[in-house]
Design a protein. Structure first.
Lengths: 344, 203
C-alpha cells in the first residue's frame, strides 16, 4: 500500500519517525534528498552514539543509559555484486557515492542494517559521520571505537567525543598522543593494544580521568605511577609489591593521587603478589562497619563492563587513612589482583 | 441539539465537506483536542463544520473515538502488537485512500491516540525494508524516474531557451525598424514594393 509520506504534515511525519527504530530512520534518510530533509527536520533523538572505525568496516552503534552498546548499522567491504541482490546507488552526505547492497537483520536486541560496499575507506567514515550527525539529535557526547590501523588519515575528527575505545595489537605512544590531542574533552579511554614508548610530562594520556588498559605491561605500571585522574583499571600489569606499597604511601601522604577514586589491576599470569610485602610498614586498619560500607559497586558505565559489587571486608582487605584530611581508602590484595578504593 | 458539553449524553452535529450533517456524542468528540480548544467551553450554535474532510472519513474517525470512550487515559504510543481485535479490524477494513484521509483528519482534530496508532502502522510498513523497497512504499520517484524527469526538464528548458532566443531576435528586428527614421523607413518599404513589382513584371 503506497503511502505519500512526504505529503503528510510535519507533526505526522515526526510521529512516524519517532515510531521507527534508529536503523529504519537511517535507511529512510537515504531514500531521497527530500526524504533526508524530512528526517533532518524531525531530528529524532538518539542516546549515546558510538562511531566504530575499522580498516574494513565502519559501524554505528547506540547505547541507552546503563545498557549495552548495540550496533544498528554496519558497512563492510565486500563486492556487492556477489551478494545475490542487485546493488543500489548509495549516496551518503555530499562526498560518498557507491554501489552497495542493503540487508536488514535482527540481532538479539534490535534491528540492524548491513550494507556491503566495494570500498570502505576514509571517505565513507567521514560522509557517514556527517550524515548521522545531521539526521539525529544527540542527547549525550559520543563514543569512538577506532582501530589503530585507521589512525592517520582515515578517521575524521569527531566532535563532542568523551569516550574512546582503541583496538589493535600495539601502538606507539607518540601516535597515541597525536591522536588524543584531537579530543580535548575526553574523559574515558580504553586501550586494547599494548603501548610502546616513554612518557613525557606533556603526554596527553596523563590528562584523562578514566583509563582502562587491556595490556598494561610496563607501560601500565609507568602510567600508574604518574596517574592524576580518577579511575584506572589495568590487566596484565608488570608491577612489584614495592611499587604498590609506594603508591599507597604517596596517597596517604597526599604526595600524589589527589583525585583518585579507584585503582584496579591484575598482574601478569606468571606473577603472584605477596600481600605482606604490599602492607609492609603501612599503618592499616581492619574493616569496621561503623566507619564505611562493606560493599562497593564500580561504575561500569565508565568502561561498559558490568561488574558485581566488591566485598571490602575479610582478611585480604585493609583500610588506610590519608594524613592531612583523614580520608579513608580500602584496598583488596589477592595473589593475582589488587584493588584500591577511596571512600567518598 | 448542540450545547456546551457537560455530560456524555450531549450530541453534537458535525458537518462534512459534502454539506451532510451527522451526530457525534460529546464524550467521543472530547477526544479531539481541536474540538476542546474551539468549542468545549463556548458551545456551538449550529453544526460544527469540519468541511475539509468527507463524511465517510469523519464517521470513521468518530467511530474510533466512540469506541475508545471507555478506554483508560492515553499514555503514549501503544505497540501495534498490543492492539485489540477491534482496533486491528478497524485498521484492516480501511483502504489506502481512507487510511490516509483518516490520518490527516485525525491529525487536524488532534486525536492523539488514533494519530499515533496510524503513524506506528506506517512505521511498521517500512520495517525491514531497504531503500528501493521503501521508495515504493512511500511513493517516492526512483533514481531512474528522477533521471527521466530531469531529462524531460532539460529538454523543456532547451526548447524554452530556443523560443526565448527567437523572441529576442524578433524583438531586435522590430527594434531596428522602430529605430529607423521615418523617411528611411518609407524608402525601405518603397524599395521592397518596387522589387516585388519588378519580379511580377519579369514573370
Amino acid at each position: 500500500m503506497p503511502i505519500p509520506l512526504l505529503h503528510f504534515p510535519y507533526v505526522v511525519q515526526k510521529k512516524i519517525f519517532d515510531s521507527m527504530n534508529y536503523c529504519e530512520v537511517f535507511v529512510t534518510s537515504l531514500c531521497s534528498k527530500r526524504m533526508k530533509y524530512c528526517v533532518i527536520r524531525a531530528k529524532p533523538r538518539v542516546p549515546k552514539i558510538w562511531y566504530c572505525v575499522y580498516p574494513d568496516e565502519t559501524r554505528i552503534a547506540v547505547q541507552e543509559e546503563g545498557k549495552r552498546v548495540e550496533t544498528i548499522l554496519e558497512f563492510f567491504e565486500e563486492n556487492p555484486w556477489l551478494s545475490g541482490t542487485k546493488p543500489e546507488k548509495l549516496k551518503i552526505g555530499e562526498d560518498f557515492i557507491a554501489l552497495g547492497t542493503f540487508e536488514t537483520a535482527l540481532n538479539i536486541f534490535n534491528q540492524m542494517c548491513l550494507i556491503r560496499v566495494l570500498k570502505n575507506d576514509g571517505t565513507l567514515a567521514k560522509s557517514l559521520y556527517e550524515h548521522v550527525k545531521s539526521i539525529y539529535r544527540y542527547t549525550e557526547p559520543c563514543g569512538l571505537e577506532v582501530h589503530i590501523n585507521t589512525f592517520t588519515d582515515e578517521v575524521p575528527i569527531y566532535e563532542n567525543v568523551n569516550k574512546i575505545l582503541l583496538k589493535g595489537k600495539s601502538v606507539k605512544l607518540n601516535d597515541l598522543d597525536s591522536f588524543l590531542s584531537q579530543y580535548p574533552n575526553l574523559s574515558t579511554l580504553m586501550i586494547q593494544p599494548s603501548v610502546i614508548g616513554q612518557f613525557s610530562d606533556s603526554s596527553k594520556i596523563l590528562e584523562i580521568s578514566n583509563i582502562q588498559l587491556s595490556n598494561g605491561g610496563h607501560f601500565g605500571a609507568s602510567l600508574l605511577s604518574r596517574f592524576t585522574g580518577r579511575n584506572i583499571a589495568c590487566r596484565n600489569l608488570f608491577i612489584t609489591e614495592a611499587e604498590i606499597n609506594l603508591l599507597i604511601r604517596k596517597w596517604m601522604k597526599s604526595e600524589a593521587y589527589h583525585n583518585l577514586e579507584t585503582i584496579h589491576f591484575s598482574v601478569t599470569p606468571d606473577y603472584v603478589l605477596d600481600t605482606d610485602l604490599i602492607i609492609d610498614q603501612l599503618e592499616t586498619e581492619e574493616f569496621d562497619p561503623t566507619k564505611r560500607p562493606q560493599w562497593y559497586q564500580i561504575d561500569y558505565k565508565l568502561y561498559n563492563i558490568p561488574t558485581s559489587p566488591y566485598d571490602f571486608s575479610g582478611g585480604n582487605c585493609f583500610d588506610v587513612i590519608r594524613e592531612n584530611d583523614g580520608k579513608r581508602a580500602s584496598f583488596l590484595s589477592f595473589p593475582t589482583y589488587f584493588m584500591f578504593l577511596v571512600w567518598n | 441539539m448542540t450545547s456546551p458539553a457537560s455530560s456524555s449524553e450531549v450530541k453534537y452535529l458535525i458537518e462534512s465537506s459534502e454539506g451532510n450533517t451527522f451526530d457525534v456524542s460529546g464524550a467521543a468528540l472530547r477526544q479531539s483536542n481541536t474540538f476542546n480548544a474551539m468549542f468545549l467551553n463556548i458551545g456551538a450554535d449550529g453544526p460544527i463544520p469540519f468541511t475539509d474532510y468527507n463524511e465517510a472519513t469523519l464517521k470513521k474517525v468518530f467511530e474510533y473515538c466512540e469506541h475508545s470512550v471507555n478506554e483508560e487515559n492515553y499514555s503514549g504510543p501503544k505497540h501495534q502488537d498490543d492492539l485489540s481485535k477491534w482496533d486491528l479490524n478497524f485498521f484492516n477494513e480501511m483502504d489506502q485512500k481512507m487510511f490516509i484521509d483518516v490520518i490527516n483528519a485525525s491529525n487536524f482534530l488532534d486525536i492523539e491516540r488514533l494519530t499515533s496508532y496510524c503513524c506506528e502502522r506506517i512505521a511498521r510498513m517500512l520495517r525491514g525494508k531497504n531503500t528501493q523497497e521503501m521508495i515504493k512504499v512511500i511513493t517516492l520517484p526512483t533514481a531512474e524516474e528522477l533521471e527521466a524527469k530531469q531529462k524531460v526538464e532539460e529538454k523543456k528548458a532547451a526548447a524554452a531557451k530556443k523560443v526565448a532566443e527567437k523572441a529576442a531576435e524578433t524583438a531586435e528586428k522590430t527594434e531596428t525598424l522602430e529605430e529607423l527614421p521615418v523617411q528611411q523607413l518609407v524608402q525601405t518599404t518603397r524599395n521592397k514594393l518596387t522589387r516585388k513589382y519588378l519580379s511580377f513584371s519579369n514573370e
